[in-house]
Write a protein of this length. Structure first.
Length: 136
């Protein structure tokens, strides 16, 4: 009977140790669950912010397109009015024509480098030297 009591006591101690380990594991798992819950809540919050930011970006892009088109229209209008004013004053206007490369220029790679850059119908950069340009 003593052996049974001793064995039972050892089993009881082993079970108590196992219960302590399980409680410790349970506590750790509950902490992890809390962390995952916080992370999930933060993910939902970030998703909402992303949605709002995306919507704002789309609105800003639409507004940018509208403003860009207005700028282009006004630039064309300004240029037309400036030309009309020059015509009324009777001043001589200078126009620029850029000729294509000749056959010899095309054959020589050093000379076949364009010295101008056209931005739009109203603006052009002309290379004065290799590193210096002038805008018109």
């Amino acid at each position: 009977m003593k052996k049974n009591g001793s064995t039972n006591q050892q089993e009881l101690m082993a079970l108590n140790d196992e219960i302590k380990e399980l409680r410790k594991t349970n506590s750790e798992l509950e902490k992890k669950i809390d962390k995952f819950s916080e992370a999930a809540a933060e993910a939902v919050s970030l998703r909402e912010k992303l949605t709002k930011t995306s919507k704002s970006l789309k609105e800003a892009c639409v507004e940018l397109d509208i403003v860009s088109q207005k700028l282009k229209d006004e630039s064309v209008r300004r240029k037309r009015l400036a030309n009309e004013l020059e015509d009324m004053k009777g001043k001589i206007r200078v126009y620029c024509r850029i000729r294509p490369f000749s056959k010899t220029e095309k054959a020589e790679a050093d000379r076949a480098i364009a010295c101008y850059k056209i931005f739009d119908e109203n603006n052009i950069d002309i290379g004065v030297t290799k590193n210096k340009t002038k805008s018109y």
